[in-house]
Design a protein around this ligand. Structure first.
Ligand code: HEM
Length: 149
């Protein structure tokens, strides 16, 4: 399965790199809300505030954004390889990754608010949303590996 699609012999390599970039993307999405939770503890304009602003900017620019882009590009290459009609599992998976990308967008919006010296949400809120990627990872992996429907 998969090697007969347009990717041919590259199929398993593309899938392997897809999973690698997914792991980097998820790792960043676990870290950023945690950074925001700690960032809430320091005063706007303080030295510590400036350090968190720089850490958050680098995490998003150097790891999260490139990893998401590569996960999507390689994922779409796999969609065209396997065919959009591969099964209900793929449709539900794509819905889940679109919602996860929306969560990414929300984190990016919070980063800009912190950089303006704002505290967009409470420390407790950021500790709670820290678990969101975990819920999506469980759902997505249980969809894409068994391909049960
Ligand atoms: C960003 C958009 C994404 C797209 C378009 C996408 C699409 C795909 C497709 C079409 C496959 C190949 C299925 C096959 O040929 O067996 C695949 C494999 C896989 N994807 Fe994604 N995916 C995306 C994101 C994710 C995310 C966020 C996760 C996990 C959190 C994930 C986990 C996996 C895993 C574990 C496999 C390997 C499944 C297997 O070998 O059976 N993907 N993906």
């Amino acid at each position: 399965m998969g090697t007969e699609g347009w990717l041919g012999g590259a199929y398993l390599w593309v899938k392997a790199f897809h999973i690698i970039f997914v792991i980097f993307w998820m790792a960043g999405m676990f870290m950023l809300p945690r950074y925001f939770a700690y960032h809430c503890q320091c005063a706007p304009g303080s030295d510590e505030d400036r350090k968190w602003i720089e850490r958050e900017r680098r995490l998003l620019r150097i790891i999260i954004n490139p990893a998401m882009t590569m996960a999507w590009l390689l994922g779409l290459a796999l969609v065209f390889n396997i065919g959009f009609g591969a099964g209900g599992w793929l449709h539900v998976k794509l819905l889940m990754v679109v919602i996860l990308s929306g969560f990414h967008g929300a984190l990016s919006k919070y980063r800009k608010a912190f950089a303006r010296g704002e505290r967009p949400k409470s420390e407790t809120y950021f500790r709670r949303i820290n678990e969101v990627p975990a819920v999506f990872i469980i759902i997505i992996v249980l969809l894409v590996v068994p391909k049960a429907f």
